[in-house]
Design a binder for this molecule. Sequence first.
Ligand code: UDP
Length: 326
Amino acid sequence: MKVLVTGGAGFIGSHVAHELIRQGDDVIVLDNLYQGHREAVHPDATFIEGDLADKSLLDQLFAEHKPDAVMHFASHTLVGESMEKPFLYLRENIVNGLNLLETAVAHGTLKFVLSSTANLFDDPERMPIDEQERIVPGSPYGESKAILERMLHWLDVTKGMKYAALRYFNACGCGLGLGEDHDPETHLIPIVLQVALGQREQITVFGDDYETRDGTCVRDYIHVLDLASAHILALRALDQGSRTYNLGTGNGFTVQEIIETAREVTGHPIPAVAGPRRAGDPATLIASSEKIGRELGWEPRHSDIRSVISDAWEWMSANPQGYGQS
Ligand code: UDP
């Protein structure tokens, strides 16, 4: 299959693009390199540096390459940043996503996999969170993904677009020679490992008075290689219809447990201090992925928390300055 991967130079997109190529698919990566890295693009992928705001570029890309499917990762992805810059998220995630959808439909590309988010579930009634849970976006970022999911619904009804919306919980780990390299870094596991590398003095724990087993937030950490396999299974199943899945392990770890495991993996004391809560953080987020397991036979194989942290540690200690500067 020929697959257009937007954001294919970013953390999750690059892993999925590499895995597609490993499985024999043709991949076109479109990325503006705002957060992505040229070095993360597979050498056998066709790379186009460009922005989804550029409709004529999109038109040209679809006319020339005629992709069979789109996997859409290119996006602003930070909950906290979206609270400070709502227009950036509402405009770019929604308008650029709409540009992509409109161009895909115009060129007859009617298979689409959307990178969606657990930030659709700000006020869950049940834990673990399954696909029946009410959509209550927790931020302009979450809202932008909720709107893209609704657009896909209507394009299925009106244009026969077959889509998969994949809501992931905490993506982490790495593999296939790739890593996680955000600037600035805001995610727990890479920050903890930056402390172990001596790049930060300590980790600040955002809140230790939550109603959880040790007072710190509980999250469901899912290895990016498991996310990649879920994306590809969902892509191959689109012929049988559109689908929406929550992707996690069904297990949660506290911030303290992550720090403790990172101490064991790295042998570094990793000093931690308690700080105030971060705005918008729910106490606990755990996914039920029973549906994708039942329908597509997916199961996480790489996501035990020690493997996640040691895979990330292996890449970060080999590439302490991230891509392109090691
Ligand atoms: N966190 C923390 N200190 C940090 C970064 C994150 O205590 O420097 C906490 C954060 O409050 C959340 C968890 O770690 O409870 C995971 O945060 P991350 O930003 O990695 O992912 P999110 O859950 O926001 O998607």
